[in-house]
Design a protein around this ligand. Sequence first.
Ligand code: TYM
Length: 330
Amino acid sequence: MSKNIIFSGMQPSGVPHIGNYFGAIKNWADLQDDYNCLYCIVDLHAITIRQDPAELHKNSLNALALYIAAGLDPDKNILYIQSHYKGHTELSWLLSCFSYMGELGRMTQYKDKSANNPDNINLGLFAYPTLQAADILLFGSHLVPIGDDQKQHLELTRDIATRFNNIYGDIFTIPEVFTPKTGARIKRLSDPEKKMSKSDGEANYVAILDPADVVMKKFKRAVTDSDTEIRHDPENKPGVSSLLEIYAVATGTSIKSAEADFDGKQYGFLKTTVAQAVIDNVTNPIQEKYNDLIKNPDYLHQVAKKNAEKAAEIGEPILTNVKKAIGLLL
Ligand code: TYM
């Protein structure tokens, strides 16, 4: 029997941070043996916010190198660039006729991004979740591994697919969400009430490509509290709890045993130990492979091209079914 399908993606806007890694990429790597996986670099989503062309161009190929360096096998997984397969935009238009203005307007990401970019509230930004639904539904995806902040978009994807199926029959697979138990919402080190986000500026997030001394410096500045006890209590001790969560996911231990490791220790020790765990287990090993991979852009272009073709092989029959169901003349 063929394996179930996974789809997930990341925007090539800037360098990914440890939130992207723990919330998504790490889990993609963990799931790659049990599913047929498509892991996409969603450049068409990124342009809903104005991008510098040269940066976007560079970041797209670098993101592919980073996927591979983070452990995604390019022969086993379909790693590709969204704009290389036209099926995404084609299905997105079809689904836009089944997406309601009201539900799109309620999306938290749309509200946040329009508040941050008041002079560029464009149609693409509004329709963003419909394109995301198209990404997922185009391949009959069963599972979508994402961080917490994308759950609302996944719910909407399920609503759109169900609405379509209720009219035309069982065309779309209704996807399930996968979020990790720990790491689904990594917080800002400088403000542990907020999630770590690329739009916050580099000082506020730990980028996967930050050199070790920068990672250490950022963790040393992490906000804790005026108490001294190291325990996991997100409500009352958000900073300390967030550091314990990062330590747990970086070392593959539970929160309980992370707490035990720091029993009776001071905050300074907690910060430097968590930083070192991130450096040893995440940033350093990824950077070593990444630096090798980006020396060979021809290889990366080849991977992107070959895998976009593989994506099209899966997507085209589904797209044809959708068109037939709607009544388009083929
Ligand atoms: P993006 O590019 O913002 O983020 C990529 C992935 O990283 C997760 N993430 C986090 N996880 C934990 N803690 C954080 N602080 C954190 N910040 C980000 C995100 O939840 C995401 O899983 N719309 C998507 C990209 C997308 C997509 C898709 C995802 C487009 N089409 C189809 C899944 C399926 C986005 O902007 O992710």
